[in-house]
Design a protein around this ligand. Structure first.
Ligand code: MN
Length: 314
């Protein structure tokens, strides 16, 4: 029953690029996954669930779609993992430079190599908040450094990388892991202050890369590589709300939805999580307010928010 090609079936007036503060880039890519295939079907399932979701958010008393959400054409480059990463990078950067709040929906986690690189080139002192069951720190895997197992290796070298929810890794990944900035699931479950500790390690500008397998498989079974002992829904939202309130979240991606014909609730969780993150980003922001993607809309940041656009024309 698809009636429009707009995100969540929103009216055209909120879906035009010119007026939209938010851009959503789908990346239906699944080229390097090792176990459960199907993350290439993620964006379609996410968009379908989004169309069947209520657009009023009770918690923030807002209808964030009215800030404008432009659904970009999907990144369809599949000739090689590296070409895909470059295409994601270019498209992400293009919309950041157009002063949009850029969001990306995967696809497998290797797409984030491109999104993170684009954000890191455009924002100073970037923190990458990596929420995932897996460390994803390998330098290369299966003969490429653009494998999903390497999703944040580059970020570990070039950004303030903070990892949350980790419960699966290879010993070799310790080489690249900063344990001061790693929050293992088995520790988090015993530490009522983990959210504050994570936020304390952040710089002002934060990009969030959210692998859905960070969530507990009981609420998110439809993902390529499920791991027991994950995050639950409300603690995840509480944490995200704190991050969006206290920091300038400059964009985010959500990856690894691997839809299953017989289990639709994961698609709806992904749709709702995305919408919640937008709602937190723009809560308290009037629809008529101008958007500046280099400045914190909650005005909580007093630090230096300058963009790097000027010195970064390649
Ligand atoms: Mn993962």
């Amino acid at each position: 029953m698809k009636t429009t090609n707009n995100y969540a079936g929103i009216p055209n007036e909120f879906a035009q690029l010119e007026k939209a503060k938010v851009v959503l880039i789908p990346v239906p890519y699944d080229g390097t996954s090792t176990w459960g295939k199907g993350a290439d079907k993620g964006p379609e399932a996410f968009l379908e669930a989004s169309e069947n979701m209520e657009l009023y958010d009770i918690e923030t008393d807002s209808e964030v779609y009215q800030q404008g959400v432009y659904l970009a054409n999907p990144v369809d480059e599949k000739s090689s993992p590296e070409a895909m990463v470059n295409a994601v990078h270019d498209k992400t950067k293009e919309y950041i430079k157009r002063n949009k709040f850029v969001t990306v929906f995967g696809g497998e986690h290797s797409i984030s190599i491109g999104t993170i690189r684009a954000f890191n080139e455009c924002f100073d002192n970037l923190t990458v908040l990596h929420i995932d069951a897996h460390a994803d720190l390998r330098e290369s895997y299966d003969g490429t450094k653009y494998n999903h197992a390497c999703a944040v290796h580059e970020a570990s070298q070039t950004t303030n990388l903070i990892q949350v929810g980790i419960r699966s890794m290879d010993a070799i990944e310790k080489t690249f892991m900063d344990e001061e900035k790693t929050f293992f699931a088995h520790d988090m479950v015993l530490d009522e202050y983990w959210m504050d500790k994570v936020v304390d390690l952040m710089t002002d500008n934060v990009f969030i890369t959210f692998d859905l397998d960070a969530l507990d498989p009981s609420i998110m079974p439809s993902t390529g590589t499920p791991e027991p002992g994950g995050l639950f829904y409300y603690e995840t939202l509480e944490f995200l709300k704190q991050v969006f309130t206290e920091k300038n979240v400059v964009g985010f991606d959500i990856v690894e939805l691997c839809p299953n014909e017989n289990e639709k609730s994961s698609n709806f969780l992904a749709a709702k999580l995305y919408y919640k993150m937008l709602s937190y980003k723009f809560m308290g922001e009037a629809i008529t307010d101008e958007y500046d993607n280099t400045y914190d809309v909650h005005a909580k940041v007093t630090g230096n928010n300058q963009s790097k656009f000027e010195d970064d024309d390649e």
